[in-house]
Ligand binder design. Sequence first.
Ligand SMILES: C[S@@+](CC[C@H](N)C(=O)[O-])C[C@H]1O[C@@H](n2cnc3c(N)ncnc32)[C@H](O)[C@@H]1O
Length: 435
Amino acid sequence: MKHGGIVAAAIEVIADIETRHRPAAGALKDWGVAHRFAGSGDRAAIGNLVFDALRQRASIAWRMGDDSPRALALGAYGFCWNVDVERLEVAFAADRHAPAPPTDRERSALRLATLDDAPDWVRGDYPEWLDGRFKEVFGAEAAAEGAALAERAPVDLRVNTLKATRDKVAKALARLEPAGTPLSATGLRIASGRGPARQPHVEAEAGYRKGWFELQDEGSQLAAALAGAAPGGQVADICAGAGGKTLAIAALMANKGQIYAWDADRHRLAGIYERLQRAGVRNAQVREAGDAAVLSDLNGRMDVVLVDAPCTGTGVWRRRPDTKWRVGEKALEERKAQQAETLRLAAPLVKPGGRLVYVTCSVLAEENDGQVASFLAANAGFAAAGIADLLAAAGLDEPAAARLADPALATSHGLQMSPRRTQTDGFYVAGLIRS
Ligand SMILES: C[S@@+](CC[C@H](N)C(=O)[O-])C[C@H]1O[C@@H](n2cnc3c(N)ncnc32)[C@H](O)[C@@H]1O
């Protein structure tokens, strides 16, 4: 397909997402099924344009003076793919599948519109209702932090040290030009392409099937390391989901000791079994999902309990931009209730002197420090560990430890990463020690 057809398809897909309030991945898949002539490269280009439009929805709509699917797709093509209006007109004229040529108003917006007078939530491409919450965490940097969350994310891999080394994986993937991640010693990063360029499908690589690496953002790798699990230790991962952090922790423990993985949701946990096997993990025991009573024998025995809590995902908007515009007050309140519940379940499992590590992929204070403060107020037997203690237990390389010790990342009870601060997703981590 030529670019005109790609923009036209993106308009259709964005309209479907917006009118039916459905996830972008489902709308893109349905478009592909209904248009079988489109090849995989075409579908990737359409997906890129749709996701770019969603990432920068507010600023594109502001500059175009219009938030219709057509304005968003044209704006994403012009502003995010750096196509000036003259080239856009040539591309549209050369393609009978292209949308109608730009109107005078659209032409002038694509050529001249700026964000100079736009409010912070528009410049930062976050929902207006979150403006106060972004400023509570980021102050005068709210728009810049939001804008960094509205960029494409690189593809980050975690090398599985149970089966491979960073050099071995880097060599196997050399044609994708991976580079070592700056903070995680087990990370590799493949830069995100621009415009229509297809993102590398690393799951199709032989090394992936052999369990040499996993797809995992560097921030998530660091959060797993900050749990501070040591080889031979006893660890419970009670929001294990499909096991992203369970696998990372098993590798850090060199398969020694025991990790108990559990999740309230059977469907979420289902993916963990195949992943553990592929990764060669031998020290994880998956407990049946659902009733937390299956954890009662662990009471008072765990060196580390990881709560990788359900959250609004505001820290991973680069990767899931459609969720940015769907999340509302109601979902935030529901997540907060679940967070309090997971902390309540975790507390009794921690042994005296052991550590409860609370993680979210959100940047909102009420999901992070706010939850920790409420927990501490209700649980006198726990005290905040402090960043230095977390870093000491994590065993990170010196440059990474120094970077994460930066006071600019510290919050009242933990540390907050973000694309702008640490070039990672927006993970929050706090440690709580049981007396
Ligand atoms: C952020 S996800 C976990 C991601 C996973 N740890 C990973 O690294 O891939 C949060 C998980 O918490 C689970 N969850 C929600 N409420 C829960 C509860 N009350 N107890 C335990 N898990 C819960 C969800 O089912 C979801 O799988």
